[in-house]
Design a protein. Structure first.
Ligand code: SER
Length: 336
């Protein structure tokens, strides 16, 4: 049977997504914003942050300097931009949060509540919010930590993520707001620098290895943690946001895992490329945070519900990081 053009009906209503990214200049935003612009068009992605901006984010598309702690500003930006998706990335991470627990709680919770409220009022607005392995604590299973486990987080960051997950589920169940979330492990990236996290050593180490050939690690040599390379993290985020609504069974946040390694293991891997690389250890308060987290994560729900598969293992990640950072250094020297 032929379908003639005049009676053809689209089965799916197409709409142009208009996207707002808060905390756009942070570690995730620096890489997620370009990926969203490539996918949805640069005229459809508004990057926003309250801090001084990353030059590329402004040059390559729409940018708004806005503080997500101000609900009026947030609602105005969302309504002027006709926003249909918010990626709310602004947050204080684990180690930094411990120096000002009340401040971290206020920022992490209030900003999330502002976003959830603004999205609820707009109707048909989807939200992405990052959770973290920090929702787990010393009483959670250490290895292959399951989706549903005992959660007694040891940091204010973890407490705010755990409470935030429950708020996301609440808004979904109570108001039907389509909020989606991932429990990111430590994220390793070459473009955006992390700030104030416990897993940050696994990024700093590359910069020192290339610049000075040594690194003084703030964790003990055998402290194993779950990690994820940023290209995988960005892909996971886009895949979750694209996933079929009916297939999602987790409305708190999905466990997600890429690889696990210790400082000693990553140093050995780096030495395969930089044989003289030297590692020393001076553990500080972050050691206690690190050992409160699982060493690996069971992410079977993400695999089952929306087909999650990580690509990068430790060896491939280290080779790619070193290659990318060397290329960036070369480019900067050439154009300096
Ligand atoms: N990377 C984060 C931190 O170390 C954990 O989600 O705080």
């Amino acid at each position: 049977m032929f379908t003639t053009l005049y009676n053809w009906q689209p089965t799916i209503e197409m709409r142009t997504e208009k996207i707002l990214v808060t905390g756009a200049c942070g570690q995730i935003g620096t890489e997620l914003v370009p990926a969203l612009r490539a996918k949805y068009g640069r005229e459809n992605v508004i990057a926003s942050d309250r801090h001084p901006v990353t030059e590329d984010l402004v040059r390559d598309g729409l940018y708004v300097k806005a503080d997500v702690m101000n609900p009026v500003t947030l609602e105005r930006v969302m309504s002027h931009g006709g926003v249909t998706q918010v990626y709310h990335l602004a947050a204080v991470l684990s180690a930094k949060g411990e120096s000002d627990p009340r401040g971290a709680w206020d920022l992490n919770m209030q900003s999330l509540l502002n976003v959830l409220e603004a999205a609820r009022k707009r109707k048909d607005c989807r939200v992405f919010w990052p959770s973290s392995i920090a929702v787990f604590g010393p009483s959670s299973p250490r290895a292959a930590c399951p989706q549903q486990a005992v959660m007694e987080p040891a940091t204010v960051y973890g407490i705010s993520k755990l409470a935030g997950e429950q708020w996301c589920r609440y808004y979904f169940e109570k108001y039907g707001l389509d909020v989606r979330s991932l429990r990111y492990p430590g994220l390793i990236s070459y473009s955006g620098l992390p700030g104030g996290g416990t897993t940050d050593y696994a990024v700093d180490i590359f910069h020192r290895a290339l610049e000075k050939g040594d690194y003084n690690c703030f964790l003990k040599p055998d402290t194993c943690l779950p990690m994820l390379y940023m290209p995988d993290a960005v892909r996971a985020t886009l895949e979750l946001m694209d996933a079929d609504f009916d297939r999602l069974t987790v409305r708190t946040a999905y466990n997600l895992w890429g690889m696990s390694f210790s400082p000693r293991q990553i140093a050995e891997e780096i030495r395969k490329h930089i044989p003289d690389f030297k590692m020393a250890y001076a553990p500080d308060f972050r050691q206690e945070i690190a050992v409160s987290w699982p060493t690996s994560i069971d992410d079977r729900f993400a695999r089952r519900d929306w087909g999650w598969r990580q690509e990068f293992e430790l060896g491939a990640m280290v080779s790619d990081m070193l290659r990318q950072l060397a290329a960036m250094k070369e480019k900067n020297t050439r154009y300096a």
